[in-house]
Ligand binder design. Structure first.
Ligand SMILES: Cc1cc2nc3c(=O)[nH]c(=O)nc-3n(C[C@H](O)[C@H](O)[C@H](O)COP(=O)(O)OP(=O)(O)OC[C@H]3O[C@@H](n4cnc5c(N)ncnc54)[C@H](O)[C@@H]3O)c2cc1C
Length: 389
């Protein structure tokens, strides 16, 4: 039986474990966190991603925990509506909390896959027949193949290709939850002031609201392992804003689920070296708006399908996987490169311009058109048929 070690139990890792274990591979997943990471905001699916969820047999389960998020209203400093964004743009055909998706994927694999939490790979040594893996805590082990599905700051990527393959787009997102002080019911409010974006929304849990802040704040990246320093920077950056922002910032100090991430993209000339290959954000991170979750799951399906189809020839399988996935991920990276400026326009004039476009898009005839365009963009054409899938 072919043994595979996957680094990272986010979305890409468990999705790959799902498929590989179905093809009779012996799979181990190592995750550096002590448990599944629950934080983050909602993720959405559309177009052929829906077909993939159906193929995995998890569509109904995910539908049962859909957020059902409605339109998002853009409000001024006094909370008055100035424009609105139709739900089809942000929430797709199906939207679920990232934590719910992660739990479903884990549930569907836990009985067939070995999960090791609280550890990570610190060295890899390949030869013609396998890979010797040194862990930070567990004893050394040997695997046939290793997959780096360990996200934007991938440790496996660093071991394979070194540092310096990340382009920082300058913006950061800060996510957490707080009490639903606005009494929102399956809706969200967005408030902008130059260079800053605040989104407060509530859907499944009427008592809680999810907050997403976006700002151009490169200094947050220098304190990646210091949540207190990050909170202080966010507080200062959002200090003078109107609406309920002061209350939101106070709530951040109470939050135990703070998630801070930079808008960054990973650009690599190739994703594999020998018996080791990258998947998901580790390989092609595009930042918000780049369809990261859908691509991670599609990539996992493709990588497993190609490995099974190649009958043990991992070199051919890795090449074919990259051939199928690269056009879609490159297109998404281009599309998402301006996400920061779009969410948090730098001047009041640019905010007004963007809101005018939103007003136009939210008119009834435009919403139907928009829905078709968004769906067409999500259809990558990369969902292949694999004999035993
Ligand atoms: C807690 C969290 C919240 C998120 N929230 C959002 C959000 O709100 N909006 C959004 O657009 N995207 C968010 N993302 C990113 C989003 O999940 C990914 O862009 C997408 O789903 C692709 O998934 P991935 O599995 O490639 O990466 P990720 O989902 O980031 O998963 C990577 C996993 O690898 C683990 N890991 C990292 N380094 C190592 C290592 N050296 N060894 C072992 N394990 C390691 C991480 O702990 C994580 O569990 C979030 C990610 C996380 C981890």
């Amino acid at each position: 039986m072919t043994t595979v070690l996957i680094s990272g139990a986010g979305i890409a890792g468990p999705s790959l474990a799902f498929w590989l274990s179905r093809y009779d591979y012996e799979v181990t997943v190592v995750e550096q966190a002590d448990e599944l990471r629950k934080g983050g905001s909602a993720v959405d699916f559309r177009g052929d991603q829906m077909a993939l969820l159906e193929r995995m047999g998890i569509l109904d389960e995910l539908r049962a925990c859909a957020t059902g998020m409605g339109d998002q209203l853009i409000v001024d400093r006094d909370g008055r509506e100035v424009s609105r964004m139709p739900s089809v743009v942000f929430s797709g055909e199906l939207e679920v909390e990232r934590g719910d998706l992660s739990a479903v994927l884990h549930r569907h694999t836990a009985d067939r896959v070995e999960y090791v939490f609280g550890d990570r790979i610190i060295a890899l040594r390949q030869d013609a027949d396998g890979v010797d893996v040194t862990f930070e805590r567990a004893p050394r082990r040997r695997f046939d193949l290793v997959v780096g599905a360990d996200g934007q700051h991938s440790g496996v990527r660093r071991l394979l290709f070194g540092d310096g393959h990340t382009a920082d787009l300058g913006y950061h997102a800060i996510g957490f939850t707080m009490p639903n002080v606005l009494g929102l019911d399956h809706s969200a409010r967005i408030h902008n002031e130059p260079g800053r974006y605040v989104n407060v929304g509530s859907a499944r849990d009427p008592h809680r609201a999810g907050v997403m802040l976006v700002a151009e704040a490169p200094e947050l990246g220098q304190h990646r392992r210091d949540a207190q320093a990050q909170r202080a920077i966010v507080r200062e950056r959002f200090a003078d804003m109107g609406w309920i922002v002061p209350q939101v910032i106070d709530a951040m100090d109470e939050a135990d689920d703070l998630y801070v991430t930079s808008f960054a993209q990973v650009h690599l000339p190739r994703w594999a070296q020998g018996r080791v290959v990258l998947l998901g954000d580790a390989a092609w991170c595009g930042g918000p708006g780049s369809n990261g979750t859908g691509h991670a799951m599609l990539g996992a399906y493709t990588l497993a399908g190609e490995l099974a189809a190649a009958g043990g020839d991992h070199v051919a399988a890795f090449a074919r996987y990259e051939e199928v996935m690269r056009p879609a991920t490159t297109k998404s990276q281009k599309f998402a490169a301006s996400a920061g400026r779009h969410l948090a326009p730098p001047t009041a004039r640019k905010i007004r311009q963007r809101d005018r476009v939103y007003r136009l898009l939210s008119s009834r005839p435009m919403t139907g058109l928009l829905s078709r365009i968004v769906k067409r963009n999500a259809n990558t054409g990369a969902l292949r048929e694999y004999a035993d899938a």
